[in-house]
Ligand binder design. Sequence first.
Ligand code: AQP
Length: 335
Amino acid sequence: MAENRIFSGVQPTGNLHLGNYLGAVKRFVELQEKKAECIYCLVDLHAITNWQEPKDLTENTLEVTATFLACGLKEKTSIIFNQSQVKAHSELAWIFNCVARLGWMNRMTQFKEKAGKNREAASLGLYCYPALMAADILAYHATHVPVGEDQKQHLELTRDIALKFNNDFQAPDFFPVPEPIIEGTATRVMSLRDGTKKMSKSETSDMSRINLTDEIDLIAKKIQKAKTDAFEIPEKKEDLINRPEAENLLTIYASLANKSLDETLKIFCGSDFKKLKTELTDLLIDELKPLGQEIKKLLEDSAYLRKVLKEGSEKARVIADPILEETFDIIGMVK
Ligand code: AQP
């Protein structure tokens, strides 16, 4: 078993946004730079738990690949691939569907949020998504999983599945119990239109998020129109309670400027939102303009992006297939 093996995934359900970037992809790059063994997956099987137009799924998969590379992930250093091309994910997910308990799944808040009021019409895949996520991680015996705050509960379920499997089959330590890495100032970036909702690709209003490919005029417009409140910026963090939109903009600023929230409050306390919005727009443009340009350039060479994914999935299979075979042996499947 690798000493430290990192695994994480991103759904190719649309353009990546600032939340995906600050909460996840930026962390992926930092871990790659720390020379950890990193496996980063475009989780296309998760994407189809909600309807995806086939053409969009293909385009989004290539676009997220381009985004990974533009952000600094390197195909020679990290393993970058799409989930559907490594069959161990779905096969192990079935086994974990049989290990996980209905009661555990019923507690998953993301299912409740994504299924909304019309739960009966949600796909079965959306319901058992966390078992597939557990398979994604455990198929590689991954030890650490960098994610945004929203994935914490799913990761706890992964840990429960690993422990139950090891215990049920008396295979102590076969699946490692993975640790979440939820780091950085912006582990939960909120919608620009409603500070109580997380920034999300599937939110209908494009004004609610900053996409990594947004043009600079659009970034400026979205920040200018971002919801705020009528009060001035306070001095202390505690005074941001019940001011989710103010907290969100200040947190985004802090993350981009590599400052703590306290340091950021010192800069802006006593002023209205105009100054914060202007400086935040400048920071965003500095960070995202070159990224957006690089994504667009990479997208012109889809053959290269497909090659990155193909080679990545070959490397991923070398790790996952023997672990799946061993899992079959432990369960008692005849080969
Ligand atoms: N708003 C966010 N703030 C911080 N981190 C976030 N992540 C997602 N949204 C935020 C983190 O990004 C990684 C990839 O997420 P995902 O694409 O797999 O799916 P998601 O969490 O469901 O993200 P979206 O944007 O809300 O997608 P849709 O709308 O398609 O469901 C994860 O590590 C996640 O924590």
